[in-house]
Design a protein around this ligand. Structure first.
Ligand SMILES: *[C@@H]1O[C@H](CO)[C@@H](O)[C@H](O)[C@H]1NC(C)=O
Length: 469
């Protein structure tokens, strides 16, 4: 029997690979959400049958240069390099983004603890994907934010102080309660989510942070995995690709041909700030090859109108190519035992950087999966028209369903070229196909047919895991 298994394993590396559930994400945008929305969203996520959940806590950064910009859609803002002058958080009843204080950090730590405790009660595996968003609300993108996570801001707080240490303290409390079954739990601790600029400009700090996390969580009764989560393009936080071929997304601004990062990868020496990135590469290679346990991707695959399984790893191929340009062989990293997850995967049905124009044609939905509708749920802007009973009138919805069917086929076999160990829907705005986060009096983006397919897929993955265990 052992010999047979060995032969099977040699002949077909994926033959024994496990099906991966399609899990949900819990979005936290302001600090009272830890107490109010976190429990609601976790309970909603648990009804979809995955053993895993992704918690996305969002705090904010302020780059003082952006304070004077108008607070409207700034369609090319995503590409601008940014720095941290201060970190801040939102809280209901308080005007604007609040600078951190020791009291606020203690409150956030308590919030993380209650949210994580319930998450570990409801799920076997919990991923945490820390985010910083633009606190000036002028459309800048966390991936292009370059900061040292160990350096203090003007108020004396570092990213480590406001984000990482609160999470390790909270996890210590959530996982030290000696509840039955906690030994079987896995905590996927991502040090950052979709923030590549900081990782590739300060890799040594992430090596240090990983060892601090491991030391702090040494005694918890769970498996702790430490990782980094990167976008599918512009990994080091710079525009390292040339223009894409048309058509481009709206509103047709000068940088629209660079949106999403689908143009050709430039030679390393032509990347903006390549000398600085090159200086960090020895440490970045150590971080990714030797230090982390897992890597993740914001997996917004572009697909043609007749989407198939073959289209569902093209964003990973870009990730692979950018790592290769930095001297990191991603398939070798995976073969060495690192795990790979789609920490964000979804399709938004938008065609504008401003999040206010819906796709109508299937090719548009497939071409701009990272774009969606930002507002709360409004029937008039729903690209998938979840309120319409008949499919015939909603080509964009039929397309979205095919896209998810192809994704589920990839997950059922644990990846095609790139083995995958976890996958999380971006449950926010029009990407929220399960209707977990974005609901209004007018309805939600939940598509009952896709919801049902995901639940059946998750049930099959759970049955397979049980047979394998
Ligand atoms: C979308 O938002 C942008 C920026 O606010 C605005 O200029 C544009 O007219 C809007 N488009 C639509 C169709 O509402």
């Amino acid at each position: 029997m052992a010999l047979l298994l060995l032969l099977l394993a040699t002949a077909a590396p994926h033959a024994l690979a496990k099906a991966v559930p399609l899990s949900s994400s819990v979005m936290i945008f302001s600090n009272e959400d830890f107490d109010t929305r976190c429990p609601q969203l976790l309970q909603a996520a648990a009804t979809h049958g995955s053993n895993s959940v992704n918690i996305v806590p969002t705090f904010y950064w302020i780059d003082d240069r952006f304070r004077e910009l108008p607070r409207t859609c700034n369609p090319d803002g995503w590409a601008a390099s940014s720095k941290v002058d201060s970190y801040c958080y939102y809280q209901a009843g308080k005007e604007g983004c609040q600078p951190w204080t020791k009291k606020a950090v203690a409150e956030a730590t308590r919030g993380f603890a209650s949210c994580l405790t319930l998450a570990f009660d409801l799920f076997d595996e919990v991923l945490i994907s820390p985010h910083l968003d633009d606190g000036t609300r002028t459309s800048h993108w966390r991936n292009m934010l370059i900061f040292d996570p160990l350096s203090p801001d003007v108020n004396g707080f570092s990213y480590y102080d406001i984000m990482i240490r609160p999470i390790t303290r909270a996890a210590t409390s959530a996982l030290s309660q000696k509840r039955a079954g906690h030994k079987a739990k896995t905590f996927w601790f991502a040090m950052q989510g979709e923030m590549g600029g900081t990782v590739f400009h300060h890799p040594q700090s992430y090596i240090t942070i990983a060892s601090m996390i491991r030391a702090d969580l040494k005694r918890v009764s769970a498996t702790v995995l430490v990782g980094v989560l990167l976008n599918h393009a512009y990994l080091p936080g710079v525009v390292n690709r040339g223009p894409d071929a048309p058509p481009f997304p709206l509103p047709g601004t000068p940088l629209a041909p660079l949106s999403g990062g689908w143009g050709p990868l430039l030679p390393f020496d032509e990347w903006p700030g390549s000398a600085r990135i090159a200086a960090g590469l020895p440490a970045a290679r150590v971080l990714l090859r030797s230090v982390v346990d897992f890597m993740g991707i914001s997996n917004y695959n572009r697909a043609p109108a007749d989407v198939t399984v073959d289209d569902m790893e093209n964003a990973v191929a870009k990730y692979d190519a950018e790592l290769a340009a930095m001297g990191i062989n991603f398939l070798d990293v995976l073969k060495s035992g690192k795990k790979f997850i789609y920490n964000e995967v979804a399709i938004g049905g938008g065609v504008s950087e401003c999040g206010n124009v819906s796709a109508t044609e299937p090719w548009q939905v497939g071409r701009y999966p990272w774009m969606g509708i930002f507002s709360g749920y409004k029937k008039a802007l729903d690209p998938f028209k979840t309120f319409m009973p008949s499919d015939a009138d909603v080509p964009a919805r039929s397309y979205m369903r095919s896209w998810y069917s192809s994704l589920l086929k990839v997950l059922a076999q644990g990846g095609v070229k790139y083995p995958v160990s976890g996958s999380y829907i971006w449950n926010c705005a029009s990407w929220d196909v399960q209707g977990i986060f974005t609901r209004s009096g007018e309805g939600s983006y939940a598509d009952p047919l896709t919801v049902d397919r995901i639940q059946k897929h998750n049930a099959a993955a759970a049955a397979e895991a049980k047979r394998g265990a």
